[in-house]
Design a protein around this ligand. Structure first.
Ligand code: TUI
Length: 315
């Protein structure tokens, strides 16, 4: 059985698995490997300079003929330039995070680029649907990085009830059981971040992959509540320092200390003083393996679980 949904048809992919748009992590290599594996790969733009992102897009095009996209992190100061360049280069779809992409919707859609917006709430999902979003990615607070307040379990069905466009569930999904669970809630696709950090093709430092593979159930923490931009990370020396600044309500110092620390973790491999953004599902990631294998395994397990449930219901 193959799970064919509006999401797989919209994006022209075999399996409705979208890779998370992880800054300093999701490079052309990972994006291409996920797309080659039948999912939808993305380059995580984050704060990337415009010309570097342009090179990444061009490089991804040399690595795969399959559709791939770019994740735009809307808090970045030069977001206008990044969008302009993406319009020039062209990709199949963009996912957006950390804000409201309303200002760019028409231009992207006129260029034939599909727009999937990450939302943490029902209200924003409805607004995005009304201005023409092609799909909604509902990201629960189990996810890594910048998060909202709601869990995947309660956000997903509410989004499904609130909008007519397809809903993609994100946050806490790292295996086929998670896929089956959110499909039961009405999702038509999943976004997977943390497990793809441990894809062989992901170019982050091997010490970060090793740290994720070793992660246990309670190893993540959310810091930065006092700044208004809470971020889930793996616990380490930096997260303890940030927690203390949160407790003392010192958001400016917290932002200063956090600045540049994502790159320190992902590129330099400093897992003590770097910001190791990862979701709660880190505990469920057991090994480093090719992206295509991750996709195949997740889909095969989802098929098995859904089949088992169906026969249990039949009695
Ligand atoms: O964006 C993410 N995850 C991220 S972005 C990031 S970089 C960063 N670093 C430090 C502080 C902030 C960002 C690391 N991880 N996920 C998607 C996501 N989007 N999660 C939550 C949201 C979101 C939040 C508010 C989306 C829209 C939104 O709307 C506010 C509004 O304008 O209505």
């Amino acid at each position: 059985m193959a799970l064919s949904t509006r999401v797989s048809r919209l994006l022209g992919i075999d399996h409705p698995i979208i890779q998370g748009g992880m800054a300093w992590t999701a490079t052309a290599e990972l994006a291409a490997a996920v797309s080659e594996g039948g999912g939808f790969g993305l380059i995580g733009a984050g704060h990337m300079p415009t010309d570097i992102l342009r090179d990444e897009i061009r490089r991804a095009k040399t690595l795969t003929d399959r559709p791939f996209g770019v994740n735009l992190m809307l808090l970045t100061p030069h977001i206008d330039d990044l969008v302009q360049m993406v319009l020039e280069e062209g990709v199949s779809a963009v996912t957006t995070g950390a804000g409201n992409p309303g200002k760019y919707m028409t231009a992207l859609k006129d260029r034939g680029i599909k727009v999937l917006t990450v939302v943490p709430s029902v209200a924003l999902a409805k607004r995005m649907e009304s201005i023409g979003a092609d799909g909604i990615i509902g990201e629960g607070m189990e996810a890594g990085g910048h998060i909202g307040e709601l869990t995947t379990m309660v956000l997903t069905p509410q989004l499904v009830d609130a909008v007519d466009i397809p809903v993609i569930a994100a946050g806490g999904i790292a295996d086929g059981r998670g896929v089956a669970a959110v499909f039961a809630l009405g999702a038509e696709g999943v976004q997977v971040g943390t497990r793809f950090m441990c894809a062989q093709e992901c170019t982050i430092h091997p010490d970060v992959k090793d740290r994720i593979v070793r992660a246990r159930d309670r190893d993540t923490v959310v810091t930065g509540y006092s700044t208004g931009h809470p971020v889930r990370v793996l616990k380490n020396k930096l997260s303890r320092m940030l927690e203390e600044l949160d407790r003392d309500n010192r958001p400016e110092e917290l932002e200063a200390l956090g600045s540049g620390k994502l790159a320190l973790a992902m590129r330099q491999g400093d897992i003590d003083m770097g910001s190791v953004m990862a979701g709660q599902a880190a505990a469920m990631v057991c090994k480093v393996q090719p992206a295509a294998e991750i996709i195949t395994e997740m889909m095969a397990e989802a098929d098995l679980v859904i089949g088992r449930l169906a026969s249990a219901v039949e009695g």
